[in-house]
Design a protein around this ligand. Structure first.
Ligand code: SF4
Length: 517
């Protein structure tokens, strides 16, 4: 090992930590060919968790031996070949389910261990990987889905994202972190990288250095959701584009060496940042990076919440991007192939995934727009979606997830459809559903967050229910939404939401939203 594991002799390490010391998570990659040849029964139960480092989770119920696979898509950029490869994998092995996650990644379900080597082979052929998509390791880097084509970005983050992503890929110096580590690199002025909910976020900034105005980044650290949500805090430094990798390494090293390894639920970077404070964090970081300038001018100017519906000009003259709605981020593989065909016929085949589980088709010349918009695909995946379906987000839930308390994806889809039929409001209402406190559906930043719980009903039967939270945003440094009293049984949720939204519509000021802007 190139570095010393300074925590190795801590007597309070949790069980997962002891296991990681014995065998690094990435080692599972070497075992997978053997397991694939010998079948699911050849995998020892105690090895199941280490599959996460390869981007694989056993789906619910674990004993059936089917895997969920997450493919990393740094800041959501996919070429035609990558999109077609992903669609074909979903069709050949994943019962044609193709899910877009809230971190711009792609998920497959129903895979068997025998399928994995061929899938890895196909992915690597087009430059994609699952390694580090899950596990205690730097995860998929999120950011501006419009990177490089965006009229609202202060610089093109694509080369920086590639550099940082490549550095951490399969890097054994950083494959044993206390928990997952989420990074955002974004230069869009409308906070397209959801900075505040990441462990480490680079946000657009400028500073005059030696008489010259330089554009670069500010840094926020210590954000994260789950049951103890925290918003990332600003560190008083200015980072030039060429310094991003060193800063990312520094932050990750601090987390690796000083992050908590005693209790899993206290192991995220946010707890260390909270205990240290940003001043101490900055002083420690500078020991790794060397001197950096103090913070300059913040260039963030609002929050677009990750929505890009419609046709908009790119920064390249004569080219446009087209934002479409993918209800709850789920597509059939045949529709993905159709999307690829359309993207290639009218553009160059490139698409982008959004944190809102939607898709952007990039690089469409002006003269192709009209013909593109006449394609049948957009009847199913519209540019102007119905109000509630267009702003609904959901995690996986009991359909596949072992930690889920409630069904989510199909339920959220049904509720959004019902609300679209029943009412209309003059502002979008962003609804996020999540099947447990882990909050992969990011309910904390929604106008209306719906968190799955279990409760006893009047007949004392345990039923699926939801807590309702209101007023989340990432505008103006962000605010976590607030819990309303009580829980609503799943079966009553559509009507309760309808009544609640009707009351909001009938009593609100024109253009008033759930958050005071
Ligand atoms: Fe599973 Fe909970 Fe994440 Fe939903 S939020 S996908 S239920 S772990």
């Amino acid at each position: 090992m190139a570095y010393e594991k300074i925590w190795a002799n801590d007597p309070k390490l949790n069980k997962t930590e002891l296991k990681k010391l014995e065998k690094d998570g990435l080692e599972v990659l070497k075992d997978i060919p053997y397991y694939a040849e010998n079948g699911f029964s050849s995998i020892p139960k105690e090895e199941w968790d280490s599959f996460k480092w390869a981007g694989l989770y056993l789906q619910r119920p674990k004993k059936d031996g089917y895997f969920m696979m997450r493919v990393k898509v740094p800041t959501g950029i996919l070429s035609f070949d990558q999109l077609v490869t992903l669609a074909q994998i979903s069709k050949d092995y994943g019962r044609s389910i193709f899910d877009i996650t809230t971190r711009q990644a792609i998920q497959f379900h129903w895979l068997t261990i025998e399928n994995i080597p061929d899938i890895f082979h196909r992915l690597s052929h087009v430059g994609l990987s699952t390694t580090g998509a899950c596990g205690d390791i730097p995860r998929n880097i999120i950011g501006n889905p419009l990177a490089g084509i965006d009229r609202d970005e202060v610089l093109d983050t694509r080369p920086i994202v590639k550099q940082v992503s490549d550095f951490f890929q399969n890097n054994e110096d950083f494959s044993n972190l206390p928990r997952k580590f989420k990074m955002s690199i974004n230069a869009n002025i409308y906070n397209a990288g959801n900075a505040e909910i990441n462990d480490c976020a680079f946000i657009p900034a400028a500073k005059v250095i030696k008489g010259e105005r330089k554009v670069g980044f500010h840094l926020k650290v210590g954000g994260g959701l789950s049951s103890a949500p925290k918003l990332a805090q600003l560190v008083d430094i200015f980072i030039l584009p060429e310094q991003v990798l060193e800063v990312a390494k520094g932050v990750t090293t601090i987390f690796r060496d000083f992050g908590y390894r005693e209790k899993r639920h206290r192991a995220r970077l946010k707890f260390l940042v909270e205990d240290w404070g940003v001043e101490k964090f900055k002083d420690t970081l500078l020991k790794y990076t060397g001197p950096l300038e103090g913070a300059g001018e913040d260039l963030t100017n609002g929050w677009n919440a990750g929505y890009f519906y419609g046709v908009y000009p790119q920064k390249q003259a004569g080219l446009h991007y087209v934002g479409i709605n993918i209800p709850l981020g789920r597509l059939h593989a045949d529709d993905v192939l159709e999307l690829a065909r359309v993207a290639k016929l009218y553009g160059d085949g490139e698409v982008r995934t959004c944190g809102t589980q939607n898709i952007i088709i990039a690089n469409v010349p002006t003269e192709n727009i009209e013909a593109l918009l006449n394609e049948k695909l957009f009847e199913k995946y519209p540019l102007k979606p119905p109000q509630f379906t267009g702003y609904a987000v959901s995690c996986t839930g009991t359909e596949f997830c072992n930690l889920a308390l409630t069904e989510t994806k199909e339920r959220m889809k049904r509720i959004a459809l019902f609300l679209d039929q029943e009412l209309s409001i003059d502002v979008p209402v962003r609804m996020h559903m999540t099947g447990c406190p882990n909050s992969c559906g990011q309910r904390q930043i929604a106008d209306l967050g719906l968190q799955g719980v279990l409760m006893r009903n009047k007949e004392k039967k345990m039923v699926q229910a939801f807590e309702i939270y209101v007023g989340g945003t990432l505008l103006n440094n962000g605010e976590i939404n607030h819990k309303l009293k009580g829980k609503i049984a799943g079966e009553h949720l559509p009507n309760v939401l309808k009544q609640f939204l009707e009351y909001f519509r009938d009593t609100k000021q024109p253009k008033e939203t759930f958050y005071e802007y």
